[in-house]
Design a protein around this ligand. Structure first.
Ligand code: HEC
Length: 288
């Protein structure tokens, strides 16, 4: 049973890793540029290491089988069974430089703090080499990004911003719902004006009267404008509101830009109509 599990795991691993590697490489522009994206290389290296390990494990197992067989057949030459353990211990010893407990006498310092003693261990090689690696990394990093002006965060930021701006422009071209004061135009389509009228009657008629004659708010049918006439000025006034304290709020928190454009176009269409009780003109006569 255990054999099968191991086999299944290793086979799926062998198939899964190349799949992962292709997935990763497809998601990068330059998948094999180590400096830009070390991940694919890490995956490949891990994959090869694991393959090597599997092969090595196989050798160890075969050796062991041979050994047991020899013993059974009465071949007397006895090699120590735990060859492997000795080997691992040697490697560990080499990389940690640790002293066995019974050798600690050699490195113990001769002071004694209330029974606490100190060993004069040397730095473990794994640590030292890692430390050297960080120094090399730092030098490479410094030269690459600060001396030769590589793609640093500022470059990345600038390209990302430029890309986003380009995308935004593209989006604005296709999204007709998105108008602002620089792109707003007078809408004359009947459907748009009908929508504008509906918005007007719902939100604006209370102060400007349904026919635009004005009560709390000024008359919107005459050619006098306090804040400027024409689609762009009206769009701005409706979006941002009137002068402080006059009672005309900024509608951009409530209405969508395209709806502000429609209601503004509707207001322009009221020009020259004669309301029942027109409020007297306020502001200056406005000419396009
Ligand atoms: C609470 C009352 C009130 C409501 C509701 C209101 N307004 Fe006004 N509106 C005013 C007042 C008051 C002014 C004058 C502002 C000023 O003098 O700065 C004004 C000014 C304006 C002006 C500029 C007129 C000019 O002479 O420059 C426009 C355009 C306008 N309103 C459109 C609208 C629209 C469109 C709506 C609905 C979405 C609306 N208003 C809702 C009170 C209101």
């Amino acid at each position: 049973m255990k054999k099968y599990i191991i086999a299944i795991v290793s086979v799926s691993f062998i198939f899964f890793m190349p799949y992962l590697a292709t997935e990763i490489s497809e998601s990068y522009n330059e998948p094999y540029n180590f400096l830009e994206n070390p991940l694919p290389w890490l995956v490949i290296t891990t994959f090869l290491l694991v393959l090597l390990m599997l092969a090595w494990l196989l050798i160890v197992v075969l050796k062991k089988v041979q050994l047991l067989e020899d013993e059974k057949n009465g071949v007397t030459e006895k090699t120590p069974h735990n060859n492997f353990g000795v080997w691992v211990n040697q490697i560990l010893q080499k990389w940690t430089k640790s002293k066995d407990i019974d050798e600690e006498e050699e490195i113990i310092l001769d002071h004694n703090y209330d029974g606490i003693k100190e060993l004069d261990n040397s730095l473990p090689p794994w640590w030292v080499y890692m430390f050297y690696a960080t120094i090399i990394f730092a030098v490479v990093y410094l030269v690459r990004f600060h001396v030769f002006d590589g793609e640093n965060q500022i470059h990345e930021y600038n390209t990302a911003v430029a890309e986003a701006k380009a995308n935004l422009e593209k989006y604005k071209e296709t999204a007709t719902d998105l108008v602002d004061v620089s792109t707003v135009t007078l809408l004359t389509d009947e459907k748009d004006l009908k929508r504008g009228k509906a918005i007007y009657n719902l939100n604006c008629a209370a102060c400007h009267l349904p026919d635009g004659g004005g009560s709390i708010g000024p008359n919107l049918t005459d050619e006098n404008w306090i804040l400027g006439g024409g689609i762009k000025n009206i769009f701005t006034t409706v979006s941002n509101g009137g002068r402080d304290g006059k009672g005309m709020v900024a509608w951009d928190k409530i209405l969508k830009p395209i709806d502000i454009a429609k209601v503004s176009s509707y207001i322009v269409s009221l020009q020259g109509t004669t309301p029942a009780n027109p409020k007297k003109p306020e502001g200056d006569i406005w000419k396009e």
